[in-house]
Design a protein around this ligand. Structure first.
Ligand code: ADP
Length: 452
């Protein structure tokens, strides 16, 4: 990046320099052209004046030279002999006949030339014309002013160049430092050590904010994926465990029967009953796993609002025999519209009431309150200790104390209910304390709540 910036910068400077030099060259050329036109006019006037005037050539050359500062006037014969010179020189360095402007006049043209003077090496403009067949007049004027202008411009250009060089060195160094700081910040963001990157260049802030947001989202998604993978791994381990225990038992009893180790009909009957019981248990686990899978993976379907009371009454009817066995009263209070399919609502209420009866106290009660999209299932049974409460919705989680008390549970009932509630855009939470009973509260989305 630093190199690239330097390359761009140098290219810029080079273009500026070339353009500035071209501008100076143009200015110099215009200036010289101007002087040449001026000298042209003077030559015409001087030639006429020389022809018309009766003055001697030396005083004429002095007079003409006085017209313009720096102007030199020389009269010479066609043979190259100097007759008069405003600088009083009788001889000039070198052979005047070899000077291009004299040679041109001798060929019958007007002689014009810009060259370095042989005397003082200054840039000089020469113009020559013929006065008479033998006499040649030459005017010359140094273009010192132009050279001076060129020098001033050149020096200014050099200074500009130096200033630009120094400024660019500092600017590019600062830019490169800012840029590497920015990359360090972005690296920290990627490594999760910071949540937001402050842009060095404010116009980049929205893009960096968008990147920060995406990185945060990706990290959350990644955490979620890991969590799901862990849950899946736990689920598979737990499910295998849940099925292995009854299978081991089935195999054991089958072997007893195969080896003829059961001595009488009663023992054989016990073996067969246990095998059937364990098979039922495995079937119940598999059934619950399938139900959980359906609840978790089935897509959301728009459901119509319906009364919860009717379904609750049906569930109570189905569970009455179990409740009567423990002398538990099933009490329904109120009603509420809920946005759920009937079979989902039935499964939710069945699981909750089944738990309330199984973990309820003999002679106790199970109360279902339905009001404004909220259904509460309350029992006054064994309750759940605070240590266990946060885990009861996890698949296969069973509070140890209740394992013996209610061996028929698979530990999947509440997971199924939670998955169904999630699918219905509702929520579930539990309140309980060991010994005081349990309250499971369901919040359903209703039309009324949605429009509020
Ligand atoms: P299970 O099939 O074992 O009942 P659940 O997922 O329905 O599985 O419940 C998980 C655990 O939560 C149960 O094993 C039980 O220990 C506890 N639990 C659930 N409901 C109640 C309740 N109403 N009273 C006391 N404990 C409960």
């Amino acid at each position: 990046m630093k190199r690239r910036l330097q390359r761009i910068y140098w290219r810029g400077i080079l273009i500026t320099l070339v353009m500035a030099m071209a501008a100076i060259g143009m200015a110099a050329w215009l200036k010289i052209d101007d002087t040449r036109a001026h000298l042209d006019a003077m030559l015409d006037a001087a030639l006429k004046w020389t022809r018309d005037s009766g003055d001697d050539l030396q005083s004429l050359s002095d007079t003409i030279a006085g017209i313009s500062p720096g102007l030199r006037v020389t009269y010479l014969l066609d043979s190259g002999l100097i007759l008069a010179d405003s600088e009083q020189k009788e001889e000039l360095p070198g052979d005047p006949l070899e000077d291009a402007e004299i040679a041109a006049v001798r060929r019958g043209e007007i002689g014009k030339q810009l060259r370095m003077s042989a005397e003082d090496a200054s840039l000089t403009l020469y113009l020559a014309g013929r006065v008479s067949p033998q006499l040649i007049l030459r005017l010359s004027i140094p273009v010192i002013e132009t050279a001076r202008v060129l020098m001033v411009y050149g020096t200014a250009l050099l200074l500009l160049f130096l200033t630009l060089y120094l400024v660019q060195r500092r600017g590019i160094a600062r830019l490169a430092a800012d840029q590497s700081r920015q990359f360090d910040d972005i690296r920290l963001l990627m490594d999760g050590e910071t949540d937001r990157v402050q842009a060095v260049f404010p116009e980049f802030q929205p893009s960096l904010d968008a990147i920060s947001y995406r990185v945060r989202r990706l990290k959350e998604d990644h955490r979620e994926v890991l969590r799901t993978l862990n849950l899946r791994a736990d689920f598979v381990a737990n499910a295998s465990h849940e099925l292995r225990s009854p299978l081991t038992s089935v195999r054991g009893y089958a072997e007893i029967l195969k080896e003829g180790m059961a001595d009488n009909d009663e023992e054989r009957e016990t073996c067969l009953s246990t095998i059937i019981g364990e098979c039922d248990r495995m079937l119940a686990v598999i059934e619950d796993i399938l139900r959980l899978g359906r609840a978790e993976n089935a897509g959301k379907k728009p459901a119509k609002e319906q009364s919860a009371r009717q379904t609750a009454e049906e569930v109570c009817r189905a569970l009455r025999p179990q409740a009567e066995k423990k002398d538990i009263a099933l009490i329904l209070e109120g009603d509420t519209p809920v946005k759920a399919e009937e079979k989902d609502l039935w499964e939710i209420l069945y699981n909750l009431l089944d738990n309330a009866i199984r973990y309820g106290k003999t002679g106790g009660e199970v109360r279902v309150r339905m009001e404004k999209g909220v259904i509460e299932v309350r029992d006054n049974g064994i309750g759940i200790a605070p240590d266990h409460l946060p885990h009861i919705f996890e698949p296969f989680y069973r509070v140890d104390d209740t394992r013996d008390a209610a061996p028929e549970g698979t530990g999947l009932g509440l997971s199924i209910v939670q998955a169904l509630m999630k699918r219905l855009d509702g929520t579930i939470h539990a309140e309980s304390d060991a010994g005081t009973g349990t309250r499971i509260i369901l919040h359903f989305p209703t039309e009324e709540r949605k429009t509020k």
